[in-house]
Design a protein around this ligand. Structure first.
Ligand code: ZN
Length: 249
């Protein structure tokens, strides 16, 4: 991609392309002049069905990694959101479904540098899995063709702390109950307290891993798609301090 970007660096249009556009072009064409022409001929706007469909799940994950790298290095793409809005109005072809936490500091579209129409984003405290979210993921993958389900947890998660502390508060109590299986599943030597950041993050990681297992177990639809290689169900841990997403599987 380095060579490609140098080739097209004089095209303002490229700056407005989503990372997934660039990726879809890159995996379909040898990284020489033909790609330059391909990129130049299709600028501004959301991912097309053709572009999304030629990507493999592994390539989508790779592009999410690259997007996160751009985010944390301050090199995010310059987007034309109005162009993305217009080109996606008639249809959407997102490449991924992200199940993230509602934490205001973890906006998936920004930390992965994705544009309008690139990814389905579901957010719920503690990135827990429930039937409605499973249905949303099934819609995203089985009906709409997304290639990746990413369970995105993060450091210093308040919901995880709440589960550790046995917080009781209205409807939150039931939500925290979905995180609690991660507590006995966490292997940790040291102070097991919500005041210990390392422990909180270890439980958050276990919560991600259990979430992935939960998705496979409770959604035969998604499990079958993954077994066929059509999708990949993966996990990510976002570090509030560094802006980096560590992929867990
Ligand atoms: Zn959180």
């Amino acid at each position: 991609m380095k060579i490609i970007k140098e080739n097209v660096s004089n095209l303002h249009a490229l700056d407005r392309r989503s990372f997934l556009h660039a990726a879809a072009g890159a995996c379909a064409t040898a990284p020489l002049t033909p790609l330059y022409l391909q990129l130049a001929s299709n600028t501004n706007g959301s991912l097309t069905k053709e572009e999304r469909d030629r990507m493999t799940p592994a390539q989508v994950i790779d592009e999410l990694k690259k997007g996160n790298e751009r985010f944390r290095s301050g090199k995010m793409l310059k987007r034309d959101y109005l162009a993305e809005q217009k080109t996606s109005a008639a249809g959407q072809y997102p490449a991924a479904v992200v199940l993230g936490c509602i934490d205001s500091r973890v906006p998936a579209e920004i930390v992965f540098d994705t544009g309008i129409g690139d990814a389905f984003i579901a957010r719920v405290a503690g990135n827990v899995v429930n039937d409605d979210l499973l249905g949303s993921m099934e819609f995203g993958c089985a009906a709409a063709g997304a290639k990746v389900v990413l369970v995105l947890g993060h450091t210093a998660c308040g919901a995880v702390k709440g589960a550790i502390d046995d917080v009781v508060l209205g409807n939150l109590t039931g939500l925290l109950a979905r995180i609690k299986p991660a507590i006995p599943a966490t292997k940790f030597d040291g102070e097991k307290s919500s005041k210990n950041p390392a422990y909180v993050d270890a439980v958050a990681r276990a919560n991600i891993i259990l979430g992935i297992a939960d998705i496979r177990r409770r959604s035969p639809t998604l499990e079958a798609l993954e077994n066929k290689g059509n999708i990949k169900i993966a996990g990510g841990m976002y570090d509030l301090a560094t802006g980096m997403v560590e992929f867990l599987s």
